[in-house]
Design a protein around this ligand. Structure first.
Ligand code: SAM
Length: 234
């Protein structure tokens, strides 16, 4: 079994997701106690895709995170660098234009997407700010970014309980439901090491995004960040 470490070497991250691909969606549902469906609905509302719009779903994995945008009539491009995840997605959703690509060197021209979105992907990318700059490059001026990522519960007592659940319960539960429990040790570690809500907002601003704001879901277990590409970028 391949397990990425916190330096997030791209080949280790890709290999780890190749390994979990077959059971990824099911394990997600179980480990999030069903919350992942609620989070996906919130992303769909924030993206607010319109018929004919072009949406890039980055780090799309099996493409499950892309489905709400096709349902809204948008043209969605799910992009990921794990061929295992893309293959599992192609079996399940053969109509999706699943595309292989690295988030830090996207295979797209400048200014082509109305919205770029990434769910539970940014935390796994070694060069976070490089990815945020690439996302800005491929977005049309005036277009937006929506990031769905694990974050920090805002209520201190809940934060303590959550951290205990995350660090102690996740690996044994993952052992029961997943063939690759080590990947879920990485999940817990990478969530703990990830910036809080203001920290990620600051990274978005440094990368050139404007009108940056966020909204907490499930008490801050997950945060939805959004930003806009300025119209006057040179
Ligand atoms: C936790 S999965 C999320 C999949 C999907 N967005 C979802 O919400 O179910 C994270 C995905 O990020 C992808 N990923 C990590 N680093 C990447 C990179 N540099 N470029 C493209 N994809 C990347 C992994 O291959 C994996 O499929």
């Amino acid at each position: 079994m391949t397990r990425a470490s916190l330096d997030k070497q791209p080949h280790e991250v890709a290999a780890m997701f190749d390994d979990v691909a077959a059971n990824y969606d099911l394990t997600n549902d179980v480990l999030s106690l069903g919350q992942s469906r609620l989070w996906r609905r919130a992303v769909a509302r924030a993206v607010d895709a319109r018929p004919g719009e072009r949406v890039l779903d980055l780090a799309a994995g099996t493409g499950t995170s892309s489905l709400p945008f096709t349902a809204a009539g948008a043209y969605v491009v799910p992009c990921d660098f794990s061929l295992g995840m893309l293959r599992a997605g192609k079996k399940r959703n053969p109509f999706l234009p699943l595309t292989a690509g690295d988030a830090t060197r996207l295979p797209f021209a400048d200014d082509v997407f109305d919205t770029v979105t990434i769910s539970f992907g940014l935390r796994n990318i070694q060069d976070t700010e490089g990815a945020l700059r690439e996302m800005l490059r491929v977005t049309k001026p005036g277009g937006k970014v929506v990031i769905c990522e694990f974050s920090q519960p805002t209520w201190a007592p809940f934060r303590t309980v959550y951290t205990e659940y995350l660090m102690r319960a996740l690996p044994p539960v993952a052992t029961a439901v997943s063939s690759s429990p080590d990947a879920y040790v990485y999940l817990a570690e990478s969530i703990r090491a990830w910036p809080d809500q203001p920290g990620l907002a600051a990274a978005l601003q440094r990368a050139g995004w404007t009108r940056v704001a966020w909204r907490n879901l499930t008490g801050g277990v997950v945060a939805l960040h959004r930003g806009t590409k300025p119209r006057n970028v040179e």
